[in-house]
Design a protein around this ligand. Structure first.
Ligand SMILES: Cc1ncc(C[n+]2csc(CCOP(=O)(O)OP(=O)(O)O)c2C)c(N)n1
Ligand SMILES: [Mg+2]
Length: 329
């Protein structure tokens, strides 16, 4: 059983800082969303931060990442720019998609995020294709796709696992099993909730991990990314976790009868950020002073970038048809 001490000290710190960045990035959205100026629908990732942080720590800027409608944490962990994300959510010209994509479609090609699709399961074949290209071109790039339990019900998931196994592609499939697709619990949709078991049918190595344990995700992802990089083919990781907010928007959804309040509270008691913070305090990697300092620096930066994004100009009306269709001249 790997220990915290098996994670290099700089990685422990980065894991924690990345989770903190994601958590606070979204809490700033929660704070301003009611002003109704940020018009993009937002699918918040709060509660699932350990997965993005633990996976992306092993990726290089040129490695590919394909995300979903719940994209913020993935993009931040891969290194996307805070300002260009916030500006995108405000529909501003300086946004990463020039204000035309919103929160569900971010791109950051400079860090391997070529585009994001909100079609459930849509990122899985794209990552498989990127991994095929990387292999054919001998680029040594790994492709990772993070997706939900709902996406594992799409044909594209099974087709992609089959093809990736057949061609031994450098792709890592990461399923964030948060037990819900919109308001639909997994036990009403699937005969069992062990998503990692699908990998056996395709002969792909798989791991099921506690997705609220950053170290557990880190170790599983390290093995999978290393396997992909050395030509060992695809892997599937199922990270079991939970989202704290409703499917979309900044409020919780237990009030609407979408899930039991008690269930949410049990998962909140297992907060991935709080658990990892406590571990790092115990190991001496963090002090209370470090925590206060980092939190303050992170909040100052996020507040500044959010304000800057909010006050940046919208796209000119002459831009409305640009970048919508492929331009041939
Ligand atoms: C092909 C497709 N079907 C349905 C939808 C509507 N939809 C958007 S998100 C979502 C649930 C996805 O659940 P999951 O994959 O578990 O991701 P989570 O929201 O839990 O992160 C659905 C059904 C869609 N966007 N695309
Ligand atoms: Mg889900």
């Amino acid at each position: 059983m790997p220990q915290l001490s098996d994670i290099p000290p700089q990685d422990r710190r980065r894991l924690w800082e990345t989770m903190l960045l994601i958590r606070r990035f979204e809490e700033h959205i929660v704070d301003v969303y009611g002003q109704q100026e940020m018009q993009s629908p937002v699918h918040l990732y709060i509660g699932q931060e350990a997965v993005a942080a633990g996976v992306c720590l092993h990726l290089r800027p040129e490695d590919y990442l394909f995300s979903t409608h719940r994209s913020h944490g993935h993009c931040l962990a891969k290194g996307a720019d805070v300002f260009s994300l916030y500006a995108e959510f405000y529909g501003r010209a300086a946004g990463c998609c020039r204000g035309k994509g919103g929160s569900m479609h971010p791109c950051a090609p400079e860090v391997g995020i070529l585009g994001t699709t909100a079609i459930v399961g849509g990122g899985i074949p794209l990552a498989t294709g990127a991994a095929l290209a990387s292999k054919l071109l001998g680029q040594g790039r790994v492709a990772v796709t993070l997706f939900g339990d709902g996406a594992s019900e799409e044909g594209a998931f099974h087709e992609s696992l089959n093809f990736a196994a057949l061609k031994a592609l450098p792709v890592v499939f990461v399923c964030e099993n948060n037990f819900y697709a919109t308001a639909s619990p997994i036990h009403q949709r699937q005969p069992h909730d062990d998503i990692f078991r699908h990998a056996a049918g395709y002969g792909i190595p798989a791991a099921q991990v506690d997705g609220n344990d950053a170290a557990a995700v880190y170790f599983a992802a390290r093995e999978a990314v290393q396997r992909a990089r050395r030509g060992g083919g695809p892997s599937l990781i199922e990270a079991r976790t939970y989202r704290w907010k409703g499917h979309v928007g900044p409020s919780c959804d237990w009030e609407n009868g979408c899930r039991p309040k008690q269930e949410l509270e049990q998962w909140m008691d297992r907060c991935p950020l709080e658990r990892f913070t406590q571990r790092l305090l115990q190991s001496g990697d963090l002090t209370e002073q470090d925590i206060r300092g980092t939190l303050e620096r992170t909040d100052v930066m996020l507040a500044r970038e959010l304000e800057r994004a909010k006050h940046s100009p919208p796209p000119a009306s002459s831009e409305v048809w640009r970048h919508v269709f492929h331009e041939t001249k």
